[in-house]
Write a protein that binds this ligand. Structure first.
Ligand SMILES: O=C(O)C(=O)C[C@]1(C(=O)O)C=C[C@@H](O)C=C1
Length: 265
């Protein structure tokens, strides 16, 4: 019987030398990328812990990355590498810690959080979604991760100055790795940009209208004897929420996120 074909040793050595040279270039370029960190800190004024995160800029970078991607490598593998790079660079400018809500499928939520924030950033699993919002409201250098779709209580009512700043995963594709949807919650960003998708906390009496076109319910929960609360998302602003859900509701903006990028199937 024939065994596996034996590799041509000189050809294999050639290919490995090629890989080594590419690896060295990638490494040198990453070290070169790191040389801009001190200047970024100075220009952005990000000496304060937790102050370097710019989700709008990151979304723009990831869209360009998807636009130029070609060849064999799964795009989510490239996304993973870049997430590690960007998150490490964010933490090097201004250290921060990630608090993941201990609700729903926590292992899946941590997987999403690790994929997005990498392994240079400390991460803890920490109480309910409400507790995570309260911890972010307390200030400091924390970001919160709240899984979508596990609402028992209307945790979004806890927003005061903290806000939703991102929705994970950014690349949207059925069955993608680390694909459990989560929201990233942060203290007010230093130079916020208008998010493409705005989020609102909508409170009213039980029986308020189910939103129609253009407004998505992220989570909803009853509270008190006869009241109801929803966390909704729209690209149409507060007017779209009013048009879809009716007048007489208490509508409060609670941040937003970059529109997820749908990967072609
Ligand atoms: O562009 C910036 O503001 C940066 O700090 C750089 C960088 C990056 O490493 O690419 C890091 C953190 C931000 O969230 C966005 C991008």
């Amino acid at each position: 019987m024939n065994g596996p074909a034996k590799a041509d040793p000189s050809r294999l050595a050639e290919l490995r030398a090629k890989i080594d040279a590419i690896d060295e270039s990638v490494h040198r370029l990453l070290m070169q990328r790191a040389t801009v960190i001190d200047e970024l800190i100075e220009v952005k004024g990000t000496a304060r812990n937790g102050a370097a995160f710019r989700p709008g800029r990151e979304a723009e970078m990831m869209r360009r990355l998807a636009g130029r991607h070609q060849g064999h490598l799964p795009l989510t593998a490239i996304e993973h590498l870049w997430r590690e790079i960007i998150s490490t660079f964010t933490a090097l400018q201004a250290p921060f810690a990630v608090h993941v809500a201990d609700e729903g499928d926590v292992v899946a939520a941590v997987e999403t959080a690790r994929f997005y924030f990498g392994f240079s950033v400390p991460m803890t699993i920490d109480g309910s979604s409400q507790d995570v919002i309260a911890a972010i409201e307390d200030g400091g250098d924390r970001l919160g991760i709240v899984p979508i779709g596990t609402a028992g209580r209307p945790w979004w009512q806890g927003f005061r100055s903290a806000q939703i700043v991102a929705r994970l995963p950014f690349f949207d594709a059925p069955g993608r790795p680390a694909g459990t949807p989560c929201l990233v919650v942060a203290p007010p960003l230093a130079d916020p940009v208008q998010p493409e998708v705005a989020c609102y906390c909508v409170d009213g009496l039980t029986g308020m209208a189910t939103p129609g076109d253009g407004v998505t319910v992220i989570a909803e929960a009853p509270y008190g004897a006869d009241r109801f609360s929803a966390l909704v998302a729209t690209t149409g602003g507060e007017d779209a929420v009013k048009a879809a859900m009716g007048d007489g509701l208490d509508i409060r903006p609670v941040g937003g996120y970059a529109a997820p990028f749908r990967l072609p199937s």
